[in-house]
Design a protein around this ligand. Structure first.
Ligand SMILES: [Zn+2]
Length: 206
């Protein structure tokens, strides 16, 4: 069983997959005390917690990571680079700005890769996109994240994309409140995390 307790404590929101992913850091670029993805193991734990991959797929990936530690480290670095690009693109959208050209080019390159993992799945009277997972690919969780971003970016929900109003929190969320007046990622969680961070900083400076 994959232990997801740490993930739940840091990043419990469960909005859209792409937003959950950008919310694995409180600030961008992230600082060590505001970063959830500090190891490949954490990336797998997050992927299981977010229902991006199954627990069994997570276990297979962890075994693969033990066999190929360098490649796992590379996959983690790739995931963080993707996350930072994704954050900048989505933050611009939340701010009603056009994203930076370089970021958009990088996003489109990643999107092309993600799309090569897409399949059309039929049901009784319709079809839907599914992102195929491959537990022999250490980067497999990235593709559904990117596809989730592409879906959000082309949907009406993008109008409700917001960045947390707290000074030291850059979490993204969809404001689906009745009056569209939500300003914080989560009153409870955002406050708790700020407190945890100032505690960490005090402990470090003393
Ligand atoms: Zn917040």
């Amino acid at each position: 069983m994959i232990d997801t307790q740490d993930i739940e404590a840091f990043s419990p929101l469960k909005e859209r997959l792409c937003l959950d992913f950008t919310n694995t850091a409180d600030e961008h670029p992230s600082k060590p005390d505001a970063e959830l993805l500090t190891s490949y193991v954490r990336l797998v734990e997050w992927s299981v917690y977010s229902d991006c991959i199954s627990s069994e797929q997570g276990e297979t990936l962890l075994l693969l990571a033990v066999q190929h530690p360098d490649k796992a480290e590379e996959a983690l670095r790739f995931a963080i680079t993707v996350r930072e690009t994704l954050f900048r693109v989505l933050e611009a959208a939340a701010d009603n700005r056009k994203p930076d050209t370089t970021d958009m080019r990088a996003f489109n390159e990643i999107l092309a890769k993600a799309m090569s993992h897409l399949h059309m799945t039929p049901s009784i009277n319709n079809f839907s996109w599914t992102c195929a997972l491959d537990e022999n690919d250490l980067e497999t969780m990235i593709w559904p994240v990117i596809w989730s971003a592409a879906e959000l970016m082309t949907s009406k929900d993008l109008h409700y994309l917001r960045e947390c109003a707290s000074e030291d929190c850059e979490w993204l969320f969809l404001d689906t409140s009745k009056n569209h007046s939500r300003r914080w990622c989560s009153m409870k969680e955002c406050g708790n995390r700020s407190k945890a961070r100032s505690h960490y900083q005090r402990a470090r400076s003393s």
